[in-house]
Design a protein around this ligand. Structure first.
Ligand SMILES: Nc1ncnc2c1ncn2[C@@H]1O[C@H](COP(=O)(O)OP(=O)(O)OP(=O)(O)O)[C@@H](O)[C@H]1O
Ligand SMILES: [Mg+2]
Length: 226
């Protein structure tokens, strides 16, 4: 199924309410947004305004309470867990503030993990893992373990892991939160380059300089885009 408007991901009037003992938490209160191929979208806003929740709903990590989400033209918010997991594995890359690399695996092996889950055969896996590491400028660190890498290098390995499956959508949740300014800038430029390669990239960041790299910026407050 293809989407006529070329959006990689499109959310229509999505809400997310978490039922809690103290009363429902309205994390998102009706958001409509689309991200096209080759676009870097930056999302900013105060802590608790719903930025991470929005990313997770766009990426099919979770489902909205109401509203619809279309990924590559296919509606995802009604899918079951297994179908959603499959879509995520093949079409969505996720990057977080903390890198979540497996400490006993080398950079190349870490990058290969999602491809292993996706059933990519070993030789192809290795080829793509090396290409992804090269893409992020770390061809010469393929055999380092996370403990033998700098913070910026670890984040680049995490980005290589996210893009090695050749997703259409890359979601980055404060990917520079644990990095110094210079390293953060490098990561920002890398995400910008990846969007120019054709990915739809959504970057949650508090850093105005990073946000300024984006093609489009949105600001959230209290579960809404303002
Ligand atoms: N699983 C959950 N269960 C209940 N409430 C949640 C859950 N996840 C998030 N929330 C609440 O939803 C709101 C939005 O959370 P979210 O994590 O999206 O904020 P954020 O904008 O990413 O904040 P930060 O900048 O601190 O990361 C917050 O009030 C939070 O407490
Ligand atoms: Mg967050």
């Amino acid at each position: 199924m293809t989407d006529p408007d070329l959006a990689v991901v499109r959310a229509e009037n999505i809400t997310k309410t978490y039922p809690m003992p103290g009363g429902p938490v309205h994390a998102l209160r009706g958001i409509t947004i689309a991200v096209e191929r080759g676009t870097l979208l930056a999302v900013a806003g105060p802590s608790g305004c719903g930025k991470s929740t929005l990313l997770y709903l766009l990426g099919g990590v979770d489902r909205p309470t109401a509203g619809s989400v279309f990924l590559l033209g296919a509606r995802t918010d009604r899918l079951g867990d297994a179908a959603l997991a499959r879509i995520r594995l093949h079409h969505v890359g996720l990057v977080f503030q903390r890198f979540f690399l497996l400490p006993t695996l080398t950079a190349e092996e870490n990058v290969a993990v999602p491809m292993m889950e996706a059933g990519v055969p070993p030789p192809e896996r290795r080829r793509r893992a090396r290409a992804a590491l090269e893409r992020v400028g770390l061809a010469d660190r393929a055999h380092h373990r996370p403990g033998q890498l700098s913070g910026g290098e670890m984040q680049r390995v995490a980005i290589a892991r996210a893009v090695a499956t050749q997703p259409a959508l890359l979601l980055a949740d404060e990917p520079t939160g644990e990095l110094d300014e210079t390293t953060g800038r490098q990561i920002g430029r890398l995400l910008q380059d990846l969007s120019r390669d054709g990915l739809a990239v959504v970057l949650v960041t508090h850093n105005p300089e990073l946000a300024s790299l984006a093609d489009r910026q949105v600001r959230m407050r209290d579960g809404m885009i303002v």
